[in-house]
Design a protein around this ligand. Sequence first.
Ligand SMILES: Nc1ncnc2c1ncn2[C@@H]1O[C@H](COP(=O)(O)OP(=O)(O)OP(=O)(O)O)[C@@H](O)[C@H]1O
Ligand SMILES: [Mg+2]
Length: 363
Amino acid sequence: MEDEAAIAVREAALRAAAQVGSPADSSQQGGTVTDPTSPQGKVSRETFEPQPGNGFEAGDSSVEAMAAQDGAARVVDSATAAKNARVTFRVLAGAGGPRCQHVIAVANQKGGVGKSTTAVNLGAYLALAGARILVVDLDPQGNASTGLGLDHRRIEPSVYDVLTGEAEPAQAIRQAAVTNLHVLPSTIDLAGAEVELVNAFSRETRLRRALDSVRHNYDIMLVDCPPSLGLLTVNALAACDELLIPIQCEYYALEGLGQLLRNVDLVRANLNTGLQIGGIVLTMYDGRTRLAEQVVDEVRKHFTDLVYRTIVPRSVRLSEAPGYGVPIALYDPLSRGGIAYRDLASELAERTGLLAPIGEGAS
Ligand SMILES: Nc1ncnc2c1ncn2[C@@H]1O[C@H](COP(=O)(O)OP(=O)(O)OP(=O)(O)O)[C@@H](O)[C@H]1O
Ligand SMILES: [Mg+2]
């Protein structure tokens, strides 16, 4: 007999799936990923051993040295870092032509589901694979900014100044720890923007207009959204081509998804006709619990090929890395979490048509 949790998960999945409409053509399933390092539906292996990464390890003072100096991150040698992280795939940089065709909002109004972790680590792995990446931190908590090594006390101007028209995006964008990885950072000031912009002209499309002025410099922009469906998230949805939804493999994981998808419909109807649901990423998977498996099964059943095949496991190393201001690709690339985000990045590159054919674009 099914237990209560399984029934609740199924009901939530059904409600959420009804919001997204009929699942995409499942005949496309299985044809999207060719990364040989990414076994279908498998969770990556945890090394448990401290990995040398780029020479940075937990407790190593050189890791601390990576953290912000003068408010900026120190840039590492990307070729070595990519080699250490076994990044074997390459991205066709500039393939989108003069305009960046992939603005991806990482959103879910549920808090703590892995939005910032996903934006930071996808960004880092894609940059190591050769893509030109901008991570836009649209959360007043500033987790993506600090996770990328910026000192939040020294961020000025920030995305807040950009949204309020006080600064140009180019003035606020900073270099992160990896070549080709830039960040448009945020500070707690951004919390005021929701209120300050209430009566402002074109308040929902401020971010879109700002990003338009720098789009040509990037292959992919990843917008890390706050855990709410307010004006900031609406700005992200109005500015993006697609939405990436992290879902935690836990009870209540799918609650609220219907509301998010209703907002997507509203934004599509009123502000951004091209807005797509790009995918769902399952995060914080704990293989020891039956519930995690049930969530995975239900989400896959109802959202079929919208769900990324790579599942991000619960990994202590992933939660430690932001403390050092570095992505997992530099902190412990061969931990289970590191491998998962590398595989996810490869899958995303494949889905967005940016994955270089084997042998092409290799450095
Ligand atoms: N796969 C994982 N394994 C273990 N810890 C994780 C994992 N992913 C994220 N975390 C940790 O869980 C916490 C929440 O993650 P994160 O900040 O990415 O979520 P979020 O959705 O951005 O949260 P918020 O809604 O507050 O912005 C952080 O402390 C992060 O380091
Ligand atoms: Mg966050």
